[in-house]
Design a protein around this ligand. Structure first.
Ligand code: HEC
Length: 146
């Protein structure tokens, strides 16, 4: 029992919800526990995008200009979500804007400074999260270049 609660707490902590709401998740619901323990394709992609942008930020701050847009980001258009109905019009809209913003970071002919283009992309991460998955927002904000 204590073991299951620990998994639920972790799932909520890393996932979309900010605070563990154990009262609304009966520990008896094994399928819920399973979902939390086994991140969706989308959750895994999101964690990869987080790590990638963290490295990208360090590169930009060190004065290295990134050259290659990571094509696996395109999986945002197909990766399975924890809840399939999360892939709605709003999600599709923000994924298109996000891919455009992330690609602009790698555009050698862009007129805007790279720091600004990077922050634009991160702000799209945040905008989409405000509509669908607020939990990770404080972590995502840490990616912004001050
Ligand atoms: C189009 C909307 C959208 C965009 C853009 C977006 N996210 Fe997400 N993000 C989501 C949704 C929805 C989930 C929940 C996925 C699921 O549970 O299947 C999520 C989940 C996450 C998670 C939690 C993963 C986990 O382990 O549960 C992190 C961290 C995250 N996103 C970071 C980012 C970062 C960083 C970016 C930008 C580089 C970004 N997201 C862009 C919608 C978006």
């Amino acid at each position: 029992m204590r073991y299951f609660l620990a998994i639920i707490t972790m799932g909520f902590f890393f996932g979309c919800q900010e605070q563990p709401k154990q009262s609304v998740v009966p520990a008896a619901k094994a399928e819920v526990v399973y979902d939390m323990y086994d991140p969706s394709e989308m959750a895994q992609l999101m964690n990869k995008m987080y790590a990638h942008n963290q490295t990208l930020k360090q590169d930009i701050l060190a004065g290295n200009i990134p050259v290659e847009f990571p094509m696996d980001f395109m999986e945002i258009h197909s990766a399975a979500l924890t809840k399939a109905n999360m892939r709605n019009e709003t999600f599709e809209h923000f994924s298109r804007i996000f891919i455009e913003a992330e690609k602009a970071i790698y555009d050698p002919n862009a007129s805007e400074p790279i720091e600004a283009r990077f922050n634009t992309a991160i702000n799209v991460c945040i905008s989409c999260h405000q509509t669908s998955c607020t939990g990770p927002i404080p972590r995502i904000k840490k990616l912004l270049i001050k």
